[in-house]
Ligand binder design. Structure first.
Ligand SMILES: Cc1cc2nc3c(=O)[nH]c(=O)nc-3n(C[C@H](O)[C@H](O)[C@H](O)COP(=O)(O)OP(=O)(O)OC[C@H]3O[C@@H](n4cnc5c(N)ncnc54)[C@H](O)[C@@H]3O)c2cc1C
Length: 410
């Protein structure tokens, strides 16, 4: 595409959402993506026989209103698939044994003596300026937090979440309206990546993969975007939707205060490895995921909520710095299979933001420094890591820069 109206840097769900808004408003959008695939943290690993599993994000809810809006606009909402019974069955791995649970059973595993001691005071204490650990230890007791809650909280953002803020920007849980005409949690044929694919089909959007943006500079009527291969592309409008580390790097030269503000965010690394196994080889009960109390992985997420007669698949989200051999051993020992039973091993390493108690202050600082630049800036380091947090930020950035144009404009 020559002379695009908008350049979007990064083809994760944040950039794709912004591109969708711009394309529907009649803009010609060029997306520059570093990798050879779109989706970023959304990575539905697909096989030639049609089978797929989620190597990255896996669960979406009927409270994800931005996602549902785009699903409706692209026609995907008509092909929505409900998650099966395995969605409400999961394992807590402790001392080498798996305790199979359902949501109500978690409550039975709490030490009620400890809960009764803490709850009367903890229940009324505000979450304001408190970490997840401070809040829930105060509410249910520190041992209940460590044994039960901390492992499940870590499984959500694939990193220890004890030091996350308990409320506000960067927190794990947000109150959102549910759209009850849709199932509580659901998926799409081919996995969550179907949303990214549907957006990419818009005729006003062109995506160039394998294009790493290294720098960004203001120009007389817009911006110059410098791509690693030495190329420079001009556009009147630019949206930065790369990871927080990449955004800080590409803004460093010409927007140093903005880059410094983003650079205050902490980072957590994650190494994911996924595989599929013939159904008959794995005797684990069907489940949504397995979470360990203390292990080399944060969670093993299964495809069982979308059961298949021939295959089962699991994505293990490992702590950084584990050798491939250790990972393979852990996968095989937990699933009770041998390495020859694994049909494939697919991996991806990611660097994620790690929100801390000062997250709201950092976001306010970023937004202050962003104000007069004319740039749009989005990602999973604003409201939170959830897909809906990213899409909502992209929508609010679109509206901030185009106040006269409703986000659903055709
Ligand atoms: C294992 C895992 C499980 C998760 N599970 C869930 C879940 O179940 N539900 C949920 O709601 N959320 C989940 N999340 C969180 C959610 O998936 C992510 O936070 C969200 O998808 C991030 O989207 P993004 O577009 O902001 O960033 P990303 O997906 O990271 O996209 C950024 C894109 O920018 C590109 N890029 C980086 N640098 C450059 C550059 N210099 N030039 C060009 N392109 C560049 C990257 O390659 C990438 O494609 C999960 C995340 C992970 C990692």
């Amino acid at each position: 595409m020559s002379n695009p109206d908008v350049i979007v840097i990064g083809a994760g769900i944040s950039g794709l959402t912004y591109a969708w808004k711009a394309a529907r408003a009649g803009r010609r959008v060029l997306i520059l993506e570093r990798r050879n695939r779109i989706g970023g943290c959304i990575y539905s690993y697909r096989f030639e026989d049609g089978y797929w599993f989620e190597l990255g994000a896996h669960t979406i809810y009927n409270s994800y209103s931005e996602l549902l809006r785009i699903a409706e606009e692209t026609g995907l909402a008509d092909r929505l698939v409900q998650r099966g019974p395995a969605r409400a069955h999961f394992g807590l791995l402790k001392d080498g044994a798996i305790d199979w649970l359902t949501p109500p059973k978690i409550l039975l595993r709490l030490n009620w003596f400890e809960t009764v001691l803490h709850a009367p005071v903890g229940f009324f204490r505000s979450k304001h300026n408190r970490t997840l650990e401070q809040h829930y230890s105060g509410f249910l007791g520190p041992r209940n937090f460590r044994r039960m809650l901390s492992p499940f909280f870590a499984a959500v953002p694939s990193q220890r979440a004890d030091a996350f803020p308990a409320e506000g920007p960067g927190s794990l849980f947000k109150k959102r309206m549910r759209r009850k005409e849709f199932p509580r949690s659901f998926g799409f044929p081919g996995g969550l990546q179907a949303v990214c694919d549907a957006i990419a089909l818009h005729p006003n959007i062109e995506i160039r993969t394998g294009s790493t943006v290294s720098n960004l500079s203001p120009a007389s009527s817009g911006f110059e975007v410098h791509v690693d291969q030495g190329e420079s592309i001009h556009a009147p409008s630019v949206a930065v939707a790369a990871t927080h580390l990449a955004a800080a790097s590409m803004l460093r030269q010409n927007y140093p205060a903005l880059s410094d503000a983003i650079g205050r965010l902490e980072t957590a690394s994650l190494e994911s490895l996924g595989t599929r196994i013939p159904r008959g080889k794995c005797s684990l009960p069907e489940c949504a995921f397995i979470v360990p109390v203390d292990d080399i992985f944060f969670s093993a997420v299964s495809r069982d909520p979308f059961p298949d007669p021939g295959w089962r698949a699991f994505a293990f989200h490992f702590r950084p710095g584990i050798t491939q051999e250790q990972k393979l051993d852990r996968i095989c020992s937990l699933l009770g299979v041998s390495s020859t039973d694994l049909d494939i091993l697919a991996g991806q390493n990611l660097a994620l933001p790690a929100p801390r108690i000062n997250h709201a202050a950092i976001v306010a600082d970023i937004d202050r420094n962003l104000e007069n630049t004319g740039l749009a800036l989005m990602g999973n380091y604003f409201m939170g890591l959830a897909i809906e947090d990213c899409m909502a930020r992209a929508d609010s950035e679109w509206q901030r820069l185009h106040p006269s144009m409703p986000s659903g404009v055709n």
